[in-house]
Design a protein around this ligand. Structure first.
Ligand SMILES: Nc1ncnc2c1ncn2[C@@H]1O[C@H](COP(=O)(O)OP(=O)(O)OP(=O)(O)O)[C@@H](O)[C@H]1O
Ligand SMILES: [Mg+2]
Length: 300
């Protein structure tokens, strides 16, 4: 079983209208809400391969219910911590002329009590878990060292960890030595504190994480492909050639694929090749985390 950790999930709402008139009443022609956020994408990919998943994190309000129901429909077991605040909704307003307006909610504030309840629930999930995939940003109220703490709990329970986050949560998270980290190039640059252009520079910065006990680093570089470093080897995988229509969630797909490979015992060449094929297949559809299996197998 894989535990997917989503501390800051979001509902993605898409609203359409002819043209927006500022300061007026605007009638929408359609409004569609779907479960979003990185951990939801990871769960979605894993469930398409029928991997047992326990999804954890914080959920509250109507948005929380929507996300829980979507995950349950995918066949994931949900062990979320209910919060008093409301799970955020990110709204995209699309006008007929193609203009897009984004409205991002601040999201809930997690109380100390809710945080303590979550840690208890998380520990309970680790009994049957071989791997935890932790993705995304942190809501207000959650300390920046949370991924470090969760990694320690996992390792005490014999559960491996994949970490995919950014900023301070990443900086503090790597210090607990997760088994695998998946930064994109920007995230690694911000961690290293310097620009990284060449593959050598990128690999060098990734190797610096070994001193914290990180087992391996998969640096995703968008259409430049994927770079893997561990203590034994360095693997460069070109991006698989596809007509990309939406690359959002490609990194989440890589994290999910590497998770499956870790549990499978794939060698790293196979794991990286599968991850690149799966991410490229994800890029061929508008929906995040939706894998057209035929495309995936063909690319592989
Ligand atoms: N245009 C593309 N064509 C083929 N493969 C792609 C393309 N864009 C991305 N990929 C694949 O997906 C992987 C992950 O993409 P990327 O580096 O954009 O992740 P990311 O920035 O973490 O994305 P997100 O956080 O939105 O999931 C890349 O390493 C590459 O293998
Ligand atoms: Mg990413």
């Amino acid at each position: 079983m894989i535990v997917t950790v989503g501390l800051n999930p979001a509902v993605d709402k898409t609203c359409r209208l002819k043209a927006m008139a500022q300061g007026e009443v605007n009638r929408l022609t359609s409004a569609v809400s779907v479960a979003g956020g990185k951990a939801v994408n990871v769960t979605k990919v894993l469930r398409q391969f029928h991997i047992p998943v326990a999804a954890v994190g914080f959920l509250g309000g109507a948005g929380g219910t929507l996300i829980r129901e979507a995950l349950e429909e995918m066949g994931a077991e949900c062990y979320f911590t209910e919060i008093r605040g409301e799970t955020r909704t990110n709204t995209n307003v699309l006008e007929e002329n193609g203009r897009v307006t984004e409205l991002l909610e601040p999201g809930p504030v997690i109380s100390e009590k809710e945080m303590a309840r979550f840690l208890k629930q998380f520990s309970g999930c680790l009994e049957n878990a071989g791997l935890a995939v932790m993705s995304g940003s942190l809501p207000e109220g959650v300390p920046a060292d949370v991924y470090a703490k969760l990694t320690e709990l996992c390792h005490m329970a014999g559960c491996r960890v994949i970490l995919d986050t950014s900023g301070e949560a990443l900086r503090q998270g790597v210090q607990a030595g997760p088994d695998l980290v998946k930064p994109n190039r920007k995230e690694l640059e911000s961690l290293a504190g310097r620009p990284l252009e060449s593959l050598e520079e990128i690999a060098g910065a990734a190797r610096e994480l070994f001193s914290w006990g990180v087992g391996g680093v998969a640096v995703s570089m968008g259409s430049r492909g994927l770079l893997w470093v561990d203590r034994e080897k360095t693997i460069y995988q070109e991006a698989k050639p596809v007509r990309a229509v939406n690359t959002v969630g490609c990194g989440d797909t890589v994290a999910a694929s590497l998770g499956m490979s870790l549990l499978n015992g794939d060698d790293m060449e196979t794991a990286i090749s599968k991850a690149a094929a799966l991410a490229a297949a994800n890029a061929t559809t508008m929906e995040n985390g939706k894998i057209p299996m035929e495309t995936y197998l063909k690319l592989l």
